[in-house]
Design a protein. Structure first.
Length: 136
């Protein structure tokens, strides 16, 4: 007769207050800040736009495109950094990229996505397509 092996480990939930009771106020503040950042990272592009009370039509107008393109952009899983930067700027924001390393070091990347493949800046490229300057 074959013996069945089952894992029946019961885990007890530990209240957060028990875990963090010995933490310094500074460590608790760092944890709270990081938790807020992680929650903020969960917003989709659509959610950010809606929170700013901006329509897809308004974003499209600022970027010199059509609403349908904004709808498609918001559904994509993979977006060029330059496209994302333009979209965020159309919402009135500034895209910042932060790289974190296992040792805790964080480095901000600047000017990534600022120049398109043909060497024209995003603004100059939009201007050459539409014949007019992109709205700020």
């Amino acid at each position: 007769m074959e013996k069945k092996h089952t894992l029946q480990t019961t885990y007890k939930a530990v209240p957060e207050s028990d875990v963090t009771a010995a933490f310094s106020p500074e460590r608790k503040a760092r944890i709270a800040t990081r938790a807020a950042a992680l929650v903020a990272e969960e917003f989709a592009l659509r959610d950010i736009r809606k929170a700013r009370q901006i329509t897809q039509e308004q974003v499209a107008e600022k970027l010199g495109g059509k609403q349908v393109y904004i709808s498609r952009l918001e559904k994509r899983a993979d977006v060029k950094i330059s496209t994302l930067r333009d979209y965020i700027q159309a919402l009135g924001g500034d895209l910042q990229l932060l790289v974190t390393f296992p040792n805790g070091e964080a480095v901000s990347i600047k000017e990534l996505g600022m120049v398109r493949n043909n060497g024209k800046s995003a603004e100059r490229k939009a201007q050459s397509k539409t014949g007019k300057k992109k709205a700020a």
